[in-house]
Write a protein that binds this ligand. Sequence first.
Ligand SMILES: NC(=O)c1ccc[n+]([C@@H]2O[C@H](COP(=O)([O-])OP(=O)(O)OC[C@H]3O[C@@H](n4cnc5c(N)ncnc54)[C@H](O)[C@@H]3O)[C@@H](O)[C@H]2O)c1
Length: 359
Amino acid sequence: MEQGADSAAARRMARVASHLRPPTSQEEEEVAILKGSNCRAKGAAPGFKVAVLGASGGIGQPLSLLMKMNPLVSVLHLYDVVNTPGVTADISHMNTGAVVRGFLGQPQLESALTGMDLVIIPAGIPRKPGMTRDDLFNINAGIVRTLCGGIAKCCPNAIVNVISNPVNSTVPIAAEVFKKAGTYDPKRLLGVTTLDVVRANTFVGEVLGLDPRDVNVPVVGGHAGVTILPLLSQVNPPCSFTSEEISYLTSRIQNGGTEVVEAKAGAGSATLSMAYAAARFADACLRGLRGDAGIVECSYIASQVTELAFFASKVRLGRAGVEEVLPLGPLNEFERAGLEKAKGELAESIRKGVAFANK
Ligand SMILES: NC(=O)c1ccc[n+]([C@@H]2O[C@H](COP(=O)([O-])OP(=O)(O)OC[C@H]3O[C@@H](n4cnc5c(N)ncnc54)[C@H](O)[C@@H]3O)[C@@H](O)[C@H]2O)c1
């Protein structure tokens, strides 16, 4: 009798501790952990299962915090190659609904991914002053390839949000990995360019004297230098700018990342505003999955809007991921010239990503 009570207590303790240390396969049966077939979260807290890969990083930590605060999330898996026990212990003390579990290192990648509805990837190295996003290519390309291999195997139906730079190449790499695994669905692979939109809304709000929450600037193309193309002729609420304002705003939006890299002087790139932007985008994806209507965000995706295989533009999100790619709308002469420049650079970044994945 006493022995039975002891083992019940031990099981209870194992369940309580399972968020810090993933259970072994034997414990797994006992604590009825997530199974791949059981994709949507069921039980007490309704909601979605979300994994953050690179959760201990400059973006990963505040992003994990914000996802723990999102009421649509019932299970939050934090994966990294370092420090996840600490980050997980810390975040798990927040009295919000999501259950948090930590996973450390490659051997635990599959457990981290199994059954996820949404996987967010901020893993990789960030820029230092003087570096372009393309300088990160070799290391981050390999990281994204490995992580996407895990996704193809363990949660092939998940929506994937790619943050790791250079996004213009890492999204095509992810697509190639999924194609090879036979799991590719272009509707579910989304490059996160929301920070460009967030910056554009802020800077345009400053120039117009408006609350940035009331401003909506479409930013299309890609996520690096001249490929970032703010469509200032389509700002909502409708407004007009002088040519000085247009060149100031375009340049500041395109170089917003470099502004932060230089201000941080060697300590990394945008992390806090990026975590905010990624959390906003992930929330939009989850609301789409839930079936909410009218969810529109800009994202870098497989596209037929131009002749390029990938392009960032406004998309409508829904239960299947990207449900509609919205047209670019009318561009003025300045924007048409910007588009031509952006396309040249994007074509090369896409080619480089595809070549890396097929090496
Ligand atoms: N899309 C955007 O708008 C945008 C904006 C800013 C930064 N970024 C990019 O996001 C990435 C992360 O930036 P950061 O500032 O958080 O960097 P960081 O170095 O602070 O954090 C990266 C994290 O990734 C982890 N990591 C490395 N290899 C891994 C692997 N194989 N599996 C899992 N995790 C791994 C590291 O341990 C680290 O914790 C960089 O590539 C950066 O350029 C993108």
